[in-house]
Design a protein around this ligand. Sequence first.
Ligand code: PHE
Ligand code: CA
Ligand code: ZN
Ligand code: ZN
Ligand code: ZN
Length: 277
Amino acid sequence: APDIPVGAVVQDLKDLQQISDDNGGNRAHGQPGHKASVDYVKAKLDAAGFETSLQEFTHGGATGYNLIADWPGGDPNQVLMAGAHIDSVSDGSGISDNGSGSAGVLEVALAVAEADLKPTKHLRFAWWGAEEVGLAGSRHYVDGLAAGQAETIDGYLNADMIASPNPGYFVYDSDPALEKVFTDWFSAKSIPTEASTETNGRSDHASFQNAGIPVGGLFTGAGATKTQEQADKWGGTAGESFDPCYHASCDDLTNISEEALDRNADALAHAVWELSG
Ligand code: PHE
Ligand code: CA
Ligand code: ZN
Ligand code: ZN
Ligand code: ZN
């Protein structure tokens, strides 16, 4: 898999910050910053040759959007998906949660186009609306699949908070094969990982898991406190949250570890290349 240039991911975060600034300081469900964020990602994917579609849904009396991007080709009965929620909470810009995952998945998708990848499996990328109000966008997507379609999805990889400023390296321990493709990448770089427990049922992968679809994903920690043992192996500050600005107004462009962003974007690219054959 290619090395994802972290500068491109950071530029996406700058652009998402600008979108938030221009739209009242958030990118939340039902707010203009959410739709503007979706339009930003869609334009890049369209220019790169993806087949994109917007799935509009209503939740809590407000309109939300899922963005789906299919890479043409591959076996339609063996689909590999990767996705991230693109809404923020209403209290801030949501650059760590979840600009980081949104930008990481975007740059991996653009790398697929750049490489003109011809995978055995069909690749589909997704950016979910309304995660912060109960995983609503991803649930609308899974609920809306035509009969038999869930069975064609071989795996779903989730990226929610992959650049926390005081990062840990957590890998979802749900499906063993999807876990291993990530832990292999980290062990090759001698970066220790832990199985992610804080994530269980708490992001969009749960919508897929509930439909019997194998899931995996990456996470650098949210409101929980980094222990001394974790600081010894990962660096950073023991006794502080992985993300001290989790769901707060200070979750802006300064609330990011570029090193974690770089590593996780590269790990995600590795997984997409390996798993799509
Ligand atoms: N889904 C939660 C949020 O977006 C927190 C979380 C992030 C949980 C990542 C699991 C994985 O705020
Ligand atoms: Ca990189
Ligand atoms: Zn709903
Ligand atoms: Zn959140
Ligand atoms: Zn999140």
